[in-house]
Design a protein around this ligand. Sequence first.
Ligand code: NDP
Length: 319
Amino acid sequence: MTNPHASPSLGTLVFYSKFDDFGIWKRALQSQLPALRVVQADEVGNPEHIHYALVWKPPAGFFQPMTQLKLIVNLGAGVDSLASRDDLPAHVPITRISDPNMARMMAGYVLFATLRHARDIPYFEAAQRRGEWAYRHPRNPGDIRVAVLGLGELGAMAASELQRQGLTVLGWSRSPRRIEGVQCHAGLDALNAVLSQADILVVMLPLTADTNGLLDRARLQRLPHGAAVINVARGAVVDQLALTELLQSGHIGSATLDVFEREPLPSGDPLWSMPNVLITPHLASVAIPASAAKQIADNLVRVSNGGAPASQVDLRRGY
Ligand code: NDP
């Protein structure tokens, strides 16, 4: 079967990431677009011959010499590190990875973390360490209220998966959303009411000027006593010091944290040694070359044909 994107002159894509494997991405992209030249940042040659950039946190000034750049693809779903830069070339569209498999991987993590709290697993882990058979009767899933903040590509799938478990799921976003089985709320005015009902809070908001520090001490105190917090979004959305102190006081009962204000989380941070906190090193979901390459290829073809790419980032709103 011939490749729909096979074309003689697509141009050159430059790849930059310290976390992702160049060879795997190159193969994935060229399996979609055999005519695409794919190079690493240190083999660019003449930067004026670069047409597309697939990047995760490139150094300052990276794009400046690329005068023919037509598209910047953020190698991930969260675009805060790009959107906050002041060296972006004007008029070059930015897109994000939009891949159902990435959303599925995130939903898997959120499901695991939520059910861990809903099924009191941290309580049983502590009892096991004491060598104690500590029976605690399971709660009815429908009596457990889970609030998902952010109902985007990742948040919406996670919320759907959670409600399929029989949990009572509330969702919150900027503009009104409809997700079957999920009680959706929108806008800042609705946030406190959502928080006050959240036995388990799942943070899935992008980091923007509006969400930076959104979950401050006062808002975290709105959570019911003993609530669990899961943050898979960005550390800076939550006041980490307030979260730590509320975990120490017991107002927040437990937390699963994949993201932090500073990453790696510095050694000696009190969160490391708190028995009611589970820490993972920012990997709730990652871009999967084999499936994400298709969406990237479609966008490259669109742009090379003079069209607008899909999944474009709106720099004014920050996501
Ligand atoms: P989207 O951009 O698709 O959706 C963002 C959601 O947040 C939308 O529902 C949006 O509202 C809502 N939102 C944005 N700003 C506000 C606000 N001020 N008030 C209320 N709601 C707001 O994001 P994704 O679902 O794809 O991803 C979410 C985040 O997950 C990413 O931005 C990234 O930071 C993080 N992430 C973390 C990973 C990890 O491994 N830990 C991996 C991948 C992503 P509306 O629907 O109205 O637009």
